[in-house]
Design a protein around this ligand. Sequence first.
Ligand code: ATP
Ligand code: MG
Length: 430
Amino acid sequence: MRSQFVVHYGEVGTKGDNRVVFESALGKNLRASLADLNEVEVRKKNQRFFVTVDEKDAQEAEQKISAVFGVAWYSKVETAPLSYDSILKTAKELIGRRTPVVPGAKDTFRVSVRRPNKSFGTSSQDLARKLGEDLVNEFGLGVDLSNPGTELFVDVISDRALLYVSKMKGPGGLPVGVTGRVLHLLSGGIDSPAGAWLMMKRGCKPVYLHFYLAPTPMSVVESKISGLIQTLTKFGGGTRLILIPFAPYQIATQDLPDDFEPTVFRYFMRLVAERLAEEMDFPAMSTGDNLAQVASQTLHNLSCMDRGSSVPVLRPLLGYDKDEIIQLAKRIGTYETSLVEYKDCCSIISRHPRTRMRWEYVEDSARRFRFGELVSQCILMGSAVSFAKGPEKPPLVEPLQTFLDRIEQRKESIRLTRKNQAPRGPMPGE
Ligand code: ATP
Ligand code: MG
């Protein structure tokens, strides 16, 4: 037996000329998210997607669909041929096995019909009324139009009717990948994974950047950082983590005044991220920064961090308070992992940071400790880790330079192909 879901997209459908691109990205992401299941079928028709899976996989499919950005809502549906008798038969089956209401409560229902297919002879109101009467006769239910125990939805589309009794809310937003790629600074804390999720919600595909204190990149791969990324791949698909050692910075800046440390280090992280984003052709970087949640995140200090960047720094959590971030992290499933002990480089720096850092001090420190060279040195010592979707496949580690060389080769071959093609405007996501 097969189970069918109908998947609706809200915002995706409103994007004018780019709509086809958004719809095809949503179809691709739905397919990718369901790829582990047997004999999955994903088809677009009548401005909605139809997902068909084996009945035994229905629950898993539902969970996966619920994590795909761009999905406004979805339902498990039954279908009926376009005749009143067939629709009634399917309606009786659905209502017959609906979840029983609380004992003693009045068992009520209503029928809601939508009829985008106007060639179906009966009007929406007439169809709802007729079905309602027949179902009352069959099951002895009460009708309650404003607060029904069960709502039977009937959508009459071009070639059939879709019947369902529950509408599940999807995560909304835009399909991951359609708005472009971002380099997301990920720490082991609660905030930055939640920030990555919000970036994905707006259609960005994150590649993660982490500065580590651990002795080897493998110790990071074996830490909770991998766990966090694996959870995030449920929403954004396979990705990469770029690991940059913190030690060269720490050795070079031993004489840095204690109270400068948080802002100067954040400025350094930003310089590394900017260099990498440029090399990878990413239009933006993002962080889990909040405003004034900790002393290092004052407006003054954030402005020092961003000063002179050729790549914008996006901060999706800026308007959130800590409780909202914690609720979001719990919902995404990263909260518990974030609580696991981990020695992050930010946890060892100054306990009394300046809240109004002056740019001249940051600029001076960058000159004194030769940040330009230090950035290159750290990147040379970096690693790139690739993560497939889900925890089943172990991450693969390679030197960062090998990964960057591959990107350079790809850019070169795209440049050559473009040279031989007629000019065209940029595609969304470029
Ligand atoms: P989080 O919970 O994400 O660690 P936080 O409230 O603890 O956030 P900070 O430690 O001040 O805040 O870090 C602010 C942001 O700087 C993080 O959200 C992250 O984007 C970035 N960041 C901090 N530490 C690192 C790191 N080791 N590697 C990469 N990015 C980092
Ligand atoms: Mg932190």
